[in-house]
Design a binder for this molecule. Sequence first.
Ligand code: TRP
Length: 441
Amino acid sequence: MAFVLAVTGSAVGLGNIWKFPYIAGQNGGGAFVLVYLLCVFLVGMPVMMSEILIGRRGRRNPVATMALLGQEEGSSSNWKWLGGLGVLAGILILSYYSVVAGWTVAYIVKSASGVFAGATPERVSAQFGEFVGNWRLVGLSHTVFMALTIFVVARGVERGLEQAVRFMVPALLVLMFILLGYSISSGHFGEGLAFMFTPDFDRLTWDSVLAALGQAFFTLSIGMGAIMAYGAYLPEETSITGASGTVVIVDTVIAMLAGLVIFPLVFANGLDPADGPGLVFDTLPLAFGQMAGGAFFATIFFVLLSFAAWTSAIGLMEPAVAWLVEQKFRTRAQAALMVGILIWALGMGSVLSFNVLAEFKFYKGTIFDNVDHITSNIMLPLGGVAIAVFAGWIMCRNSTAEELGGAGRLYKIWRLLVRFVAPVGILFVFLKAVGLLPELS
Ligand code: TRP
């Protein structure tokens, strides 16, 4: 139970409520959502199970675990580089994640001040635009959020965190249902539902498929060894399949709820589903602004979202800190402070991407766009291929069967997914999206 709570705390975060709706909106809805769900269940869940079983067998930080198991399974200790890739991915993701988490922290204050009461869509969008345009304010929120994260990681996490997640996830669900009630009554629920669940494959590009795959990895916290780090503490007798299934379902339900709340609001207010990273901040305040007790609910909502982001941020920092601590030349507090300051500094690039450096664009766009793309759509899926190959091809059947509780039917399905479906599928989508595979016709 403690393990499921910890992994749920890392999985449920901005990825579900902020990122999923805006990416689904940018990629045309229905077909994207369908591909996303396929990725979550056919690739995400088996890779999550692989990470947990690898972590439990190695019982060390991801770098040391991969080195140890690589040797134990008759391959090489060079698998440690996979752990290293994860450490780097965590640092890069947290650099921009903390900036968006800072937005949610700032929105607690805005909500409590009552500025959204009865606001028009134009006012709410202008509020967001002015806010992210002010680099000092955004930089300050980013700094506050990073300081809170460093503080917890420095002290060593676990116990309090589980209690927090036990309360936060149900509370978040309750608020999502309240919002769902509002969005159903807003009159455009059918339109939102159709946008999310009517697939139009003509609008689906290989870039969108890669974005769906990347989002599946991002939202489940997989592909970078973070779940491996949690797996190291999992007792022998706990069912890996059961734990993964619970996390995947909770995570998916929250993302779907976020979409079902946000898209009807988009259509009811004549907004654009492809609005981008500001989508949640341009829509939810409208709903809160019109319901009774809205300022109260909005404040609670952004507190919970900041909290969800916080439990994820701790997980993002953990691989780097655990690795430094096991290098023995740093105490935990020193390691957390060093890593945290590095992440904070990198994050300033994303802070400035919405104001001072908004026109500074290369490759996929601003600094923020690039860090997001490189981590979610390149590093995590490639990390996922390596994890799947390791669990499916390098580890012997006996080792994995032992961890997954015997070689039954479920085990055979898992092994098929991890040996063939995940690696081939990920590589195919990846090569298609970067244009390295030619059209067949
Ligand atoms: N899953 C988190 C979210 O949806 C983000 C995340 C990605 C993460 N990788 C992670 C969190 C690793 C903790 C550890 O918000």
